[in-house]
Design a protein around this ligand. Structure first.
Ligand code: NAP
Length: 430
């Protein structure tokens, strides 16, 4: 046990930063024993000195000069909890240049500027850890990077956004519409006043990029991820899923295809028997499939100040111990350099609702449109009569491009009133 304290600078003292500062104080003795040296708070950078905070930070530690804090020679570890691209990116680069190791929970930044930041860490011979950036408190970065490093991961399916899971779960259990459910989620604090990053899938896409990079030892950035949010999901979609024994979830999907990967975020129906179907309310989970281990599921709170601080402190202990031992952990592993498939080449099954004329020969014509584009049909059923008549088709696996061409053809047919919904189906149906 060294007497020399390890100095930690925390950037940001909001939901997560305040909990990190609190736990650094409350667990000081245990942290010291685990790291092998006492931890000392060197400073806490914020945007404004005034204003209510969830914790009391000694006035002499609070500063608005984040750059000054990260460039101090005596700071060993910088914990970045500001969020967004700038000044977070510049501050992390500066911290590494000045010899500090870095812990960050910033998914948007890691997903967008990861390659530059990992290179800077490599050049500096320092750690850059980001467990909290992938799924909040759920340990998934370390399992993918270390525990499964000897296996071959083939697929990662994640429910990695609490807001959208809460909304979809309520639409499923209460039967309410999207807008109404989102408003309720905002009132209860499950959704932000501006919910765009969550409901349009940007947050999940950043996490999908991080998970895919780790799982497949390649570089995937947020821009590579195909993204659809949940704002078009209707109460009717939720009912259709129920009729099929399914539930609608917003999924982050990363799949290995020979030398390429498919990475996408979109709503999908999954059978109620799938482990991810049981992930309710704002909880998150990541379901991993690999050759040797088979199926694994990681479950827990994907957000929240205190849960996220748990993952941040786990990283802090690791990078601090590495410094004590004068070593560094595994860096980024991107040796495989796989191509990212365009969405048109992604293969899945589809559930398609088609409003049709209620007369003989319609079924054959619709089936023919699917066959023309080589999309084979698993099941078809009619619901409603007369003006309400609908065919509900579930296809076997096909590419997105094949399905899009089928839908275009269906929409041009006289007997088709409209294609009222198209939803992907993931997971084996019983
Ligand atoms: P937050 O509550 O908005 O707090 C942000 C903090 O950064 C505030 O203390 C703010 O100062 C400070 N800040 C903003 N601009 C700054 C600047 N230019 N210089 C210095 N400080 C600045 O954010 P959060 O929810 O804690 O999230 C922090 C990070 O954790 C983000 O990357 C987020 O994606 C990630 N994360 C959050 C959660 C979660 O549940 N909240 C979960 C997983 C990951 P003031 O206090 O003076 O405004």
């Amino acid at each position: 046990m060294s007497d020399k304290p390890l100095k930690v600078a925390v950037l940001g003292c909001g939901s997560v930063g305040s909990q990190v500062v609190r736990l650094l104080g409350e667990q000081a003795d245990d942290l010291a024993a685990r790291i092998g040296a006492p931890v000392e708070l060197a400073g806490v950078a914020v945007r404004r000195l005034e204003g209510d905070r969830e914790i009391d930070v000694p006035a002499d530690l609070l500063t608005t000069d984040a750059e000054g804090l990260v460039s101090r020679e005596d700071v060993d570890v910088v914990v970045e909890l500001i969020g967004g691209f700038e000044p977070a990116r510049t501050l992390i680069l500066s911290a590494l240049r000045h010899g500090a190791s870095v812990v960050s929970a910033n998914k948007a930044l890691i997903a967008e500027h990861g390659p530059e930041l990992f290179q800077a860490a490599e050049d500096a011979g320092r750690d850059l850890y980001y467990e909290a950036a992938a799924a909040g408190a759920i340990p998934i970065v370390r399992p993918l990077r270390e525990s499964l490093a000897g296996d071959r991961v083939t697929r990662v399916l994640g429910i990695v956004n609490g807001t959208t899971n809460y909304v979809l779960d309520k639409m499923d259990s209460v039967g309410a519409g999207y807008e109404e459910t989102l408003t309720e989620a905002q009132e209860l604090g499950y959704a932000e006043a501006d919910p765009t990053a969550d409901v349009e899938g940007f947050d999940a896409a950043a996490k999908a990029a991080i998970l895919a990079s780790l799982a497949f030892h390649t570089r995937v950035t947020a821009a590579d991820v195909y993204r659809e949010g949940i704002s078009e999901i209707t109460a009717a979609d939720a009912r259709s899923a129920q009729a099929m024994g399914c539930v609608v979830k917003l999924l982050a999907i990363a799949e290995l295809h020979d030398d390429a990967v498919s990475v996408r975020v979109h709503p999908a129906m999954i059978p109620r028997s799938h482990p991810l179907a049981s992930v309710r309310e704002a909880f998150n989970a990541v379901f991993v499939e690999s050759d040797a281990a088979g199926q694994l599921m990681f479950y827990g709170p994907g957000a929240g100040g205190s849960p996220t601080a748990s993952a941040v402190l786990g990283d802090l202990v690791t990078v601090a111990r590495n410094r004590q031992l004068d070593t560094k952990g595994m860096g980024e592993s991107t040796y495989a350099a796989r191509r990212v498939l365009p969405i048109g080449e992604a293969r899945t099954r589809y559930h398609v609702n088609i409003g049709v004329d209620d007369r003989a020969g319609v079924l054959a014509a619709v089936a023919n449109a699917f066959a023309t584009h080589d999309v084979s049909i698993q099941t078809v059923r009619q619901q409603g009569r007369g003006e309400e008549a609908e065919l509900v088709v579930v296809s076997h696996e096909a590419t997105d491009a094949q399905l899009s061409a089928t839908v275009r053809e269906l929409k041009g047919m006289d007997i088709v009133r409209d294609v009222t919904s198209v939803m992907r189906v993931e997971g084996e149906m019983e």
